[in-house]
Design a protein around this ligand. Structure first.
Ligand code: OAD
Length: 240
């Protein structure tokens, strides 16, 4: 299977990666709904209380403090072998649902990364003025207001019930329509619209290689399913 996947990589002209929390799991970033992992975030926390506009309206302090915890933790973590394998491929586009910056820290050109669900390295205005600010992960802000329009500031991520950033979505959709190989890495493929990109790529003729230790919502679309951890599998199928 590994050899077959490596051969597909070698033959393909346009390769796109589509990743989820499993890509960063070996760095110590918790996943969300990993069935075999008791420390998954949504096993311990209520997603609607912590990652929705309603939750933010109900208790902004709790939401911002939860993100501050995630941010200070991320600051202490390092990219893993899977991030480095992806970063070494200058010819690929990387679509990720991850809000961390580990692909960037592994040396991936930021222009080759599409953060479909935003990034926790920035805050943005929760009002409509569009103000965005980079934040310091080691010293994350607590509750504060926008210096342009005084609405509350919040992490620049997509919450449940919110639209994906238009530009990121359009770019991801186009890439999945045009690629000939989609590497689906470490995602349960249960959250839409992001997960729909896998079926889109498949319907346009792309081969699908799935890398995940467990079965996922992408399994039935896989031409090749590599059962294993991203940090062990990717360096073997993505020779530099
Ligand atoms: P999930 O937590 O839903 O899924 C993580 C997947 O990674 C699971 O299928 C695991 O089996 C797999 N996995 C675990 N360790 C792995 C490893 N070392 N190598 C490869 N795979 C591994 O995370 P996502 O699919 O990213 O959205 O979740 C999608 C979205 O749901 C997130 O972006 C987030 C969440 O709610 C928002 O917050 C909007």
């Amino acid at each position: 299977m590994i050899n077959a996947a490596r051969e597909l990589v070698r033959r393909s002209q346009s390769i796109v990666s589509f990743s989820g929390a499993g890509l960063s799991a070996e760095s110590g970033v918790p996943t969300f709904r990993d069935r075999s992992e008791p420390n998954s975030l949504w096993a311990k926390f209520d997603p609607m209380a912590l990652a929705s506009p309603q939750g933010f309206a109900a208790d902004p302090k709790m939401v911002i403090e939860w993100y501050a915890w995630r941010r200070t933790r991320l600051a202490t973590l390092q990219p893993n072998a899977a991030h480095r394998a992806l970063a070494s491929r200058r010819d690929m586009l990387h679509i990720t649902q991850n809000v961390d910056d580990l692909l960037e820290r592994a040396g991936t050109d930021a222009k080759s990364i599409v953060h479909l669900h935003g990034t926790i390295t920035e805050d943005r205005c929760h009002g409509s003025c569009g103000h965005v600010e980079a934040i310091d992960l080691t010293n994350p802000p607590l509750c504060r207001t926008c210096r342009v329009c005084a609405a509350p500031m919040r992490p620049n991520v997509v919450w449940f019930g919110e639209m994906l950033p238009r530009g990121a979505w359009d770019r991801a959709e186009r890439a999945c329509e045009e690629c000939d190989l989609l590497l689906v890495i470490g995602t349960s493929a249960e959250v839409h619209p992001a997960a729909g990109l896998i079926g889109l790529a498949k319907s346009r003729g792309a081969k699908i290689v799935v890398v995940n230790p467990d079965a996922s919502g992408a399994s039935h679309l896989a031409d090749i399913e590599l059962s294993g951890k991203a940090g062990e599998v990717l360096p073997r199928i993505l020779p530099t």
